[in-house]
Design a protein around this ligand. Structure first.
Ligand code: ADP
Length: 548
């Protein structure tokens, strides 16, 4: 029978994660993986060491009864053992399920049982959190402790010691990741509405995502880079950075639990970090630390920022005052996670700095491989004119197709009939493809029939010199339906901002209807488990009358 097309004649070569590690071991065996230890010292070894230990881990997993498709969980900081699990679990054909260490006990119980995790690898410092829920997660066969101090005691049942297990096995192991369509990773969204939802990555999707983010017009790591993922390994696979580093032989610096601004600044300076990645709130703190206690940042070339909108004023502050380039990216757990990136292009080079920062504050253009579109409430596709605003939908080889074990009746809530994923974000796209998020659907404020963007108000508020952090939420209003309420932390208690000057500041940019009727000044704004402003908690506090 004749084929309707001429098939290509290329090898059927599986895009599996073990290929990345094999490549790193062959080409970059002496490049380093550095981890800050609990006592503040640095552990350092090479990709060759990583490779050998991952092979041993493959044997350990097999001996513990892990079979292809099984879910194996991690509960840890960013450290070299966690990196070994990133390669070892998928290499053994299983699924690396990264548990978020900041979730509540109830959420953890739900996720572990929903995923049917067979083993949990847990850092010794985090054991108490699992002890508290151990009797409710019955399917877990063993808890394997990383960094266990000698003589460690725990109430966890069926406990094993990671180092002892590795010591007792061979470095010979044949990868069991034989097919690129096999699942290799599982990550749950933080569940701001309802139960957390699981996203099951395949070897192929993660491999292609790694290529995508390594493009020169995305993050473009090179072998001379020293990359510090501050974004946790449990937050959307540390944005894929651990795989991207191995693909090009970049050194990796893991900060473990040392995530406050001062120790981060110390690590950047001491380890000559060239690229650091994390959410904006982290960089607000780092900026203040660096201004108060300057460090040598001559090696730091780029900050990668995503997870929530990076305020333009903070981009400007890093670039102008500290000479550190900011790369703003947008993504979701559902997208492995990188979707768009706001790099400048050659056509922008002649622009003024002010105009460049305007572009960088947008969420940017889609990484090759990802397609984006915006649609109105009826699902009609809107033009890329920089003005039309609609729901952002995406598709591509590293975008989720279904949530893990999703009830078929709910699939239409998240996916269109023609195969696009509904992000729940609201955005516009410029004629040359730069996307700008105006809000999450659930955070938009509808006032007197007009949509108000909480993100734009927040970005403008934090640009005021007397404001350190700001959040804007919708509160019910009899006349207007909803009105924006601004919650503000002063930059300094000695020079507090007042409502009138902040209103004047906003009035320069926004129509009157956009201006928040009320300001609340606080000393702390609640954050989600991945460091974003927790508007659900703020709305709840307002409802209870405790936001005053
Ligand atoms: P969670 O849903 O648990 O917060 P994700 O990290 O997957 O976890 O969140 C994805 C969401 O984060 C996006 O849908 C978007 O609303 C927001 N987001 C991510 N990056 C940016 C960004 N650069 N600017 C604005 N919002 C962002």
């Amino acid at each position: 029978m004749t084929q309707p097309f001429l098939p290509g004649q290329m090898m059927d070569y599986p895009l599996t994660i073990d290929r990345i590690l094999e490549h790193a071991n062959q080409l970059y065996s002496s490049k380093r993986i550095i981890t800050k230890q609990a006592d503040g010292s640095f552990h350092q070894y090479t990709y060759a060491d990583l490779y050998k230990r991952v092979k041993r881990l493959g044997n350990v997993l097999h001996r513990l009864g892990v079979r292809p498709g099984d879910r194996v969980a991690t509960f840890s900081w960013n450290n070299y053992q966690h990196l070994e699990l990133y390669y070892g679990i998928p290499g053994a054909g299983a699924v690396c399920h990264t548990l978020n260490i900041r979730l509540s006990a109830d959420q953890l119980i739900y996720i572990i049982n929903h995923a049917e995790d067979k083993l949990i690898f847990v850092d010794a410092s985090l054991v108490p959190m699992l002890e508290a829920i151990a009797d409710k997660i019955k399917e877990v066969k063993n808890f394997i402790i990383l960094n266990a101090p000698t003589g460690m005691k725990t109430k966890l049942p069926y406990v094993l010691n990671y180092e002892e297990l590795l010591m007792g096995t061979s470095e010979e192991f044949e990868w069991l990741s034989t097919d690129e369509s096999m699942a290799m990773g599982l990550c749950y969204t933080s569940g701001t509405t309802g139960h957390p939802k699981g996203v099951l990555y395949s070897h192929r999707s993660m491999f292609l995502h790694t290529y995508g983010i390594n493009l020169a017009n995305c993050f473009g790591f090179v072998s001379s880079d020293v990359v510090m993922p501050v974004v946790p390994q449990f937050h959307a696979q540390a944005w894929g950075l651990p795989y991207a580093c191995a693909m090009v032989g970049a050194d990796i610096v893991m900060p473990a639990m040392h995530l406050a601004a001062a120790p981060l600044a110390d690590t950047i300076e001491k380890m000559h970090v060239s690229i650091a990645a994390g959410v904006p709130t982290l960089w607000t703190g780092l900026y203040q630390e660096l201004k108060a206690n300057p460090r040598d940042l001559s090696k730091l070339r780029t900050l990668i920022v995503g997870g929530s909108a990076m305020p333009r004023s903070l981009i400007e502050a890093f670039e102008k005052e500290l000479n550190v380039k900011v790369v703003h990216a947008w993504g979701m757990t559902e997208m492995s996670p990188v979707g768009t990136v706001s790099n400048l292009q050659d056509k922008h080079l002649a622009l003024s700095n002010e105009e460049k920062w305007d572009i960088k504050a947008m969420q940017g253009y889609p990484v090759s491989g990802v397609e984006i579109r915006i649609v109105d409430e009826e699902g009609l596709i809107l033009p890329w004119d920089g003005k039309s605003v609609g729901e952002l939908q995406v598709r591509g080889p590293w975008v989720v197709k279904r949530y893990f074990k999703q009830d078929p009746d709910t699939v239409a809530d998240n996916f269109t009939k023609d195969g696009w994923f509904k992000t729940g974000d609201v955005a516009s796209v410029s004629s040359d493809g730069y996307m700008k998020i105006t809000d999450r659907t659930k955070d938009l404020i509808k006032s007197g029939g007009e949509w108000i963007s909480s993100v734009e108000l927040e970005n403008s508020l934090v640009a005021h010199p007397k404001v350190r952090e700001a959040a804007v939420i919708a509160v019910p209003d009899e006349k207007w339906g909803e009105r924006p309420l601004a919650i503000v932390i002063h930059a300094s208690p000695d020079h507090p901002a007042d409502r009138v000057e902040l209103m004047d500041h906003l009035a320069k940019k926004f129509a009157k209807i956009w201006l928040p009727g009320k300001f609340v000044f606080v000393t702390e704004i609640p954050k989600t488990s991945v460091g974003k402003i927790d508007k659900k908690v703020l709305r709840q506090r307002y409802k209870e009358g405790t936001l005053v």
